[in-house]
Design a protein around this ligand. Structure first.
Ligand code: SF4
Length: 428
């Protein structure tokens, strides 16, 4: 059987032109998907031999797992719910309600990738657009601190560089592509102009570009230490001002280097200023399939996109205090629930150490370092393959993902719903 127009939810490009071929409950082909997407679709059934729940690594029923997990979470004084970037918005809603019921912290992978972008948006605003506008209008495309050829393999071909659009009918020929990074990457090959800048100089470079765009006098001396020539900077500022429709995509090279949210704020200020001369937008290159969805769900339910604490009965937001690495490093956490995430493999050593000391509950679609280390672990159906649900593309466009095949495992939404009901019983 073949199903067309399937959404790939591996990365936040959410390509929705995939044709999958299904035999039984297995996907055997994923036409149009990139190598990452193909692996995601074709490998989904590998965990089906595992039990639905395990307590201290021994097989258990779903009910036993729910009971044990609910006990750990209800008895904790400072529980934390974390992850949720690779699951559906429906599951994310349940997780927020669970965090509120527990009076816990809730944080998502945003805090270790584009959290600084969210913070800059709160202060500067977000001169944004959709990927459809980029495809149809953009004649200047800048990638800053991003390597889409490896992280989002179809981003350039499907949305930003090669597709033909309404106002760029010749596709690639009508566009100028600029890559700014600290080293040449695979993506550099796609660029008309590749600028290599030293690490940690992004903020100053944006500030100089802003001054140039505003027409202020910038002396050659003031750019001497920036690792980029005066001529390169004036050329880039001129290209930005004179394009018909520009877009600046930025990655973690900007948000996770020195300056963090100040870098993203400087980039947004520059783009805001450019709109006095032309049309320009800025978009973060969000990573996981539904990390943008988690920010949306958190924001509409709590008012904040990540790093939220419910311990006083109402949501409080404070990156640096309620972000996962910080609550683990301070040793305050006494129970952790992770969903669709592998913090044991990704967080710093000091935070991982705390994860090994407290009751860890993991819900995931496959075996990982976190599910192996967890006191209670659940195997879940994969959102977008064996469970339906909504996901948000990196430009905050929601797409519905149909269930393609059946699974022996319940969805994240169902597991979290049952956990929530049990926690409510225990909390009276
Ligand atoms: S670019 Fe991302 S969403 Fe598109 S097919 Fe590849 S992994 Fe899937």
């Amino acid at each position: 059987m073949q199903i067309e127009a399937v959404v790939c939810a591996f990365c936040s490009c959410l390509c929705d032109d995939i044709t999958v071929t299904i035999e039984g409950d297995n996907i055997i082909q994923a036409k149009n998907a990139c190598a990452l997407g193909k692996a995601w679709f074709l490998d989904h059934s590998k965990t089906q031999a595992l039990p639905v729940a395990r307590i201290n690594r021994l097989a258990a029923t779903l009910e036993e797992g729910i009971d044990a997990a609910a006990e750990f979470l209800s008895n904790a004084r400072y529980p934390v719910v974390y992850g949720l970037s690779s699951t559906s918005c429906e599951a994310q809603q349940k997780a927020v309600e669970l965090a509120e019921t527990l009076g816990s912290c809730i944080d998502c992978c945003t805090s270790v990738c584009h959290g600084p972008s969210g913070m800059s948006m709160q202060s500067i605003g977000e001169p944004t657009c959709t990927l459809g506008e980029v495809k149809n209008r953009a004649d200047l495309v800048i990638y800053w601190g991003a390597n889409p050829a490896e992280s989002h393999p179809r981003h350039m071909a499907r949305y930003a560089v090669s597709p033909k659009g309404m106002l760029v009918p010749n596709g690639r020929k009508d566009r100028t592509v600029v890559m700014v990074d600290v080293r040449p990457t695979l993506s550099s090959r796609a660029a008309d102009l590749s600028l290599i800048i030293p690490p940690g100089k992004d903020f100053e470079i944006f500030w100089v570009l802003l001054a140039m765009v505003q027409g202020r006098v910038v002396g050659q001396d003031s750019v001497r230490d920036l690792g980029i020539t005066y001529e390169e900077l004036t050329d880039l500022a001129e290209r930005m001002k004179s394009c018909h429709y520009g877009v600046l995509f930025y990655g973690q090279g900007l948000t996770q280097s020195a300056g963090k949210h100040m870098n993203a704020a400087a980039a947004s200020l520059l783009v805001r200023e450019l709109n006095k001369f032309t049309r320009f937008a800025i978009l973060p290159m969000r990573g996981h399939g539904n990390v943008a969805g988690m920010d949306n769900v958190m924001t509409w339910q709590t008012g904040y996109p990540f790093a939220v604490n419910f311990s006083r009965g109402y949501p409080r937001f404070n990156p640096g205090e309620f972000t996962i690495v910080d609550v683990l490093n301070r040793g305050e956490v006494d129970a952790v629930l992770t969903v669709a995430s592998d913090p044991m493999a990704n967080l710093p050593k000091s935070a991982v150490k705390r994860l090994t000391e407290v009751p860890l509950i993991a819900i995931d679609t496959h075996e990982s370092q976190t599910t192996r280390a967890a006191r209670v672990s659940f195997m879940a159906a994969t959102a977008g393959i064996s469970a339906g649900g909504t996901a948000y593309r990196m430009d905050n466009i929601p797409l519905y993902m149909n269930k393609l095949v059946s699974s022996p495992f319940p969805s994240d939404e169902e597991i979290l719903g049952r956990l929530l009901a049990r926690v409510k019983e225990l909390k009276g």
